[in-house]
Design a protein around this ligand. Structure first.
Ligand SMILES: [Zn+2]
Length: 296
């Protein structure tokens, strides 16, 4: 285990233990979350050392969501995924015409494949061998191992996307520097993240599936992602909700809490979360942040 002694965003050394969360998804080990007393950033601390992290991904579930099992949960997941691809395309093409796109953490490649079909030139980065191999064989995509990110040409990409990926990356500042280097001066950065200030996060507490420890090393809010981005020369110009995530995360959280798939309760709580965000604070369960380089 590795103890984090400085806040990755503001370098402050005062990190207070906030809560204990279990890895309900895989190992049932317990982890702690600590919060920076200055900027409020919430992190998994201590966390497994980088070389140990892969064992927390060794479940067939991460891939089978898209390909294998036909459980009600994974069918719902697939339905939403296909709908979301269209929504993501619409969102990005409001700001960018077809160009060159890099997706970091491209998983099984459906997002890249969608853009590729619409005349975008696409590249993926995917550390896990199985999904990377799948995306290359099934869709003929250009998907590289994580180490290859440093060999990509600087200023080359019109769009860089990270869909529920940044919260998994151990070297947060190093990765942000790479992204800043790769993105064209007028490029678009798209980051999707869970938001622990959402109604569903407050409701489920320690059982909230969006914590997903220790795979999620960082737990962002609209405020903390904005601080991280501004530290690296970016500003958020638009924030979009991912409304389906409230239902999906509620369904998983129900399962963690009761051991059962309570569809009705999950639906009710997903609805409540979206309603609360809409009427009060815009703290949706997951949010998409669109950012550009400052001075551009
Ligand atoms: Zn801080």
């Amino acid at each position: 285990m590795e103890n984090i002694v400085r806040c990755p965003i503001c370098e402050n050394k005062q990190l207070a233990d906030m809560m204990q969360v279990e890895d309900y998804f895989l190992t049932h080990e317990s982890f702690h979350l600590s919060k920076c007393s200055r900027c409020g950033f919430l992190i998994t601390n201590p966390r497994p050392v980088a070389s140990d992290l892969s064992k927390y991904y060794q479940s067939t579930d991460y891939l089978s969501h898209s390909k294998k099992k036909k459980s009600a949960t994974s069918m719902l997941y697939n339905l939403v995924k296909n709908y979301s691809l269209g929504k993501k395309y619409q969102l990005i093409t409001r700001f960018k015409t077809p160009g060159i796109l890099l997706d970091i953490g491209s998983a099984t490649g459906e997002f890249l494949h969608y853009f590729n079909k619409k005349n975008w030139t696409v590249t993926g980065i995917e550390p896990a061998e199985t999904p990377r191999g799948f995306s290359i064989e099934t869709y003929g995509l250009h998907v590289l191992q994580e180490e290859k990110i440093d060999q990509l040409p600087a200023g080359h990409f019109d769009v860089v996307t990270l869909w529920h990926v940044l919260e998994h990356v151990p070297d947060l500042n190093g990765r942000m520097e790479q992204i800043s280097k790769l993105l064209a001066p007028d490029g678009l950065l798209v980051i999707a993240l869970p938001n622990h200030l959402s109604w569903d996060a407050q409701h489920y507490g320690n059982y909230w599936a969006g914590y997903d420890v220790p795979r999620h090393l960082y737990h962002f809010t609209p405020d903390t992602i904005s601080k991280l981005l501004s530290k690296h020369g970016f500003e958020i110009f638009k924030t979009e909700p991912m409304k389906f995530d409230a239902y999906y995360v509620s369904l998983l959280s129900e399962k963690y809490q009761s051991g059962k798939s309570n569809f009705l309760a999950a639906f009710r709580n997903g609805l409540k979360s979206n309603k609360s965000a809409k009427h009060r604070n815009a703290n949706y369960s997951s949010l998409i942040y669109l950012a550009k380089k400052i001075n551009n």
